[in-house]
Design a protein. Structure first.
Length: 86
């Protein structure tokens, strides 16, 4: 009984850890490259319209989060800007 390998230990090998690490690095690099090319995303509060107000009403004001632009800087782009300015 002591010589048997637990199922989890049998799945975790050096090759699988290396593969998961490589896939993670590729995903992060791809996301940061996308943030470099497309630095802005739609504002989640106003859904990219830049307007804030009651639905169905004529009165509106500029969205306070994006200041009426409808865009926000992506998190990855903020990270790139912070590291490149140093």
């Amino acid at each position: 009984m002591l010589d048997s390998v637990p199922p989890l230990a049998a799945l975790v090998t050096a090759g699988s850890v290396l593969l998961l690490t490589a896939v993670g690095v590729v995903l992060v690099v791809g996301y940061l490259l996308g943030c470099r090319i497309w630095p802005y995303a739609n504002c989640p509060r106003c859904n990219g319209t830049g307007k804030s107000g009651a639905p169905g009403r004529k009165a509106f004001r500029n969205c306070p989060r994006c200041k009426g632009t409808g865009r926000r800087t992506r998190i990855g782009r903020r990270l790139l800007d912070r590291t490149s300015n140093r």
